[in-house]
Design a binder for this molecule. Structure first.
Ligand SMILES: Nc1ncnc2c1ncn2[C@@H]1O[C@H](COP(=O)(O)OP(=O)(O)OP(=O)(O)O)[C@@H](O)[C@H]1O
Length: 304
């Protein structure tokens, strides 16, 4: 058994002329929860569909729980729990009927675990699925994704459309039932404030590439915002990992990936600075819409 539960190596995918994924590589160690972040249309669902063998990569390779999704799709489906974005289910069945219906498709299906989830998630067993609320629907989807005790769980924007409290409940359930059981979880999301509490690691997908993958805590300690006096910064070499520069009255507000190195650089030059901690939301924003053009070039007059 390999150490990585999910291994994506140099994957490419294009639809017609639209290159959606370009040299995407990503590894998720067993037992880890990784949040895949990206703006609308970044390619999250496309990547997830390839992990499940529903789409073939144009190039590159994928391993999920030691299976190649393109060649072992059925075996893979049995080992992986999947909750799709806007999952549609048989509306005319009741929740409990659906669990019994799916049972024979999965050799490892655990009906008493399915019953247990229905109860713990407060899903009315005998109500038709079409009459369940959005929150109950998502939780039923989660029940179905987990009842065969998969090693790997893939959730495509699971909290989409849920209200704030339902999302918090969902995240709590995710932590209690998946992480505690040592499952590997990959979930895509754009609700970053909530990802923070759940994800051990995040990967940011932008422009068809993974532009950053890191432990959530490491990312927060390495990406910081600095407030600097504009006169002092003139002529200083832009730091590696510069993500964003804004001119604010007589100050430069600079976001850097590699905060420690930048602090050393500023200290060695005797430049005073204030450090601002960022939320994951602000970090994500700096990566995907940050602008670095406002960094002053040596010899350039500086706005004061
Ligand atoms: N089957 C397909 N045929 C053609 N283009 C597709 C197909 N599936 C996805 N695309 C295109 O690929 C790009 C990525 O779509 P994808 O659904 O993977 O993004 P996403 O990150 O999941 O977005 P969202 O957060 O909005 O769900 C989009 O430009 C989309 O139009």
């Amino acid at each position: 058994m390999s150490v990585a539960a999910i291994k994506i190596d140099q994957v490419q995918k294009q639809f017609g002329k639209n290159v959606v994924l370009e040299n995407v590589s990503l590894e998720i160690p067993r037992g880890q929860t990784l949040a895949l972040l990206g703006r609308n249309g970044a390619g999250k669902t496309t990547l997830i569909r390839m992990l499940l063998g529903l789409l073939k990569p144009d190039a590159g390779s994928i391993q999920v729980d030691d299976c190649d999704p393109t060649r072992e799709a059925i075996e893979l489906r049995r080992r992986v729990g999947y909750l799709a974005e806007d999952q549609t289910m048989y509306g005319w069945m009741t929740a409990v009927e659906l669990t019994h219906f799916l049972n024979p498709f999965y050799p490892a299906w655990n009906q008493s675990l399915a019953d247990d989830y229905l109860e713990r998630f407060d899903i009315p067993r005998h109500q038709r699925i079409e009459r369940l609320s959005k929150g109950q629907n998502v939780k039923l989807g989660l029940t179905l994704a987990l009842a065969h005790e998969p090693n790997v769980v893939i959730l495509d924007d699971p909290a989409l459309g849920l209200d704030t409290i339902a999302r918090k409940e969902f995240n709590r359930d995710l932590i209690e039932h998946l992480q505690a059981a040592g499952r590997t979880v990959l979930f895509s999301s754009h609700l970053l404030d909530e990802v923070e509490a759940v994800a051990d690691a995040v990967a940011i997908l932008d422009g068809g590439r993974i532009i950053r993958q890191s432990a959530t805590e490491t990312l927060r300690s390495e990406v910081k915002r600095f407030v600097l006096n504009s006169v002092e910064i003139a002529g200083v070499t832009p730091p590696p990992g510069l993500l964003d520069v804004r001119v604010w009255e007589s100050q430069f507000v600079v976001t850097v990936d590699g905060a420690e190195r930048f602090v050393e650089q500023l200290n060695s030059l005797g430049i005073e600075h204030e450090i601002v901690e960022l939320s994951l939301d602000e970090i994500f924003e700096s990566f995907v819409i940050g602008r670095t053009q406002a960094w002053p070039q040596a010899g350039m007059p500086v706005v004061v």
